[in-house]
Design a protein around this ligand. Structure first.
Ligand SMILES: [Zn+2]
Length: 303
């Protein structure tokens, strides 16, 4: 597991860089990509005192210190920035024309507004059940526990390939498409720690879940439950482990449901052929006429 440990540590550092400084407690991130450095130097440029700027998205009036620059000539308000999370992609956005950038901002906001949280796993994993979507907030604002969502990190259920739980860089549990279900044993019989790994230190340095994705531009996403040293005796450790368990079992449920769905789809697709075969047999037996057979066959093929 050494290789994946190194990889995880590296990715996690990226991820932490990706956290907003203004998010007071950044318990969560969802990034396996390098974060754009702040390029705010030119944010307070070209201010025309008389010119009244308004948010390009919602039309709200902008002031010198409330306007958020997306790219040259495109300003939005704080709310629209929060919703679209484009501040996470400053470098990329700045390369775009105002028109292109606005199109992207609108698309992101649409994606964000389409996502309705129907289930939250302790705030670390957010699910829109009816739409079969999920996301991992990249940060949480500590006071009101508001999750900060990046629309680019909203994925469909079928984007999940596999998931692994790492403690101090060691893989403790693994599950995914076509893999056996994760058992409770990995968490220890009493479910309050990874007692299976008795040689482990009494200190937890990191506890994170890595989700490997398919068919999306983001290959993996991390859920960091613990990212600074904590005594395993502490209550916070126990609750992080519990959250990890809940997240893994949520992923298990999603994966099993997806697998069942795929089978169902396959089953449904196979049935017209089976039906036709049945009618062919009836035809060969002379039980139905060739006309009746043709009619049935066409019906089934047009389903
Ligand atoms: Zn706005």
């Amino acid at each position: 597991m050494k290789d994946s440990h190194d990889e995880v540590v590296k990715e996690e550092m990226y991820a932490r860089e990706g956290l907003d400084e203004d998010a007071e407690i950044c318990e969560i991130e969802g990034l396996g990509r390098e974060y754009d450095e702040d390029i705010d130097d030119d944010d307070i440029e070209e201010v025309d005192e008389d010119e009244k700027l308004s948010c390009a998205v919602c039309g709200k009036e902008l002031h010198l210190f409330t306007k958020k620059k997306v790219t040259k000539g495109l300003y939005i308000c704080g709310d629209c920035e929060e919703k679209s999370a484009v501040h996470r992609y400053k470098k990329e956005m700045r390369k775009l024309s105002p028109e292109e950038a606005l199109r992207i901002v609108l698309k992101k906001i649409e994606k964000a507004e389409n996502f309705k949280i129907t289930k939250s796993i302790d705030g670390f994993l957010l699910i829109d059940g009816p739409k079969r979507l999920w996301t991992v907030p990249y940060a949480i604002k500590s006071l009101k526990k508001i999750p900060r969502i990046d629309p680019a990190l909203i994925f469909s259920f079928d984007a999940i390939q596999s998931y692994e739980l790492f403690e101090n860089g060691n893989c403790m549990a693994k599950g995914g498409l076509g893999m056996p279900p994760i058992g409770g044993l990995l968490f220890g019989e009493d479910g309050d720690g990874f007692s299976a790994n008795s040689e482990d230190k009494d200190i937890c340095e990191s506890l994170q879940i890595r989700v490997n994705l398919r068919n999306v531009s983001v290959p993996k996403i991390f859920i960091n439950l613990i990212f600074k040293e904590i005594d395993k005796e502490k209550k916070a450790y126990g609750s992080a482990v519990l959250t990890a368990q809940k997240i893994l079992s949520a992923f298990e449920n999603i994966i099993r449901a997806e697998e069942k769905d795929e089978q169902k789809t396959r089953g449904a697709a196979a049935s017209p052929a089976d039906e036709i075969k049945k009618y062919k047999e009836l035809l060969d037996m002379g039980a139905i006429s060739p006309e009746e057979y043709e009619k049935k066959k066409n019906e089934l093929l047009n389903m």
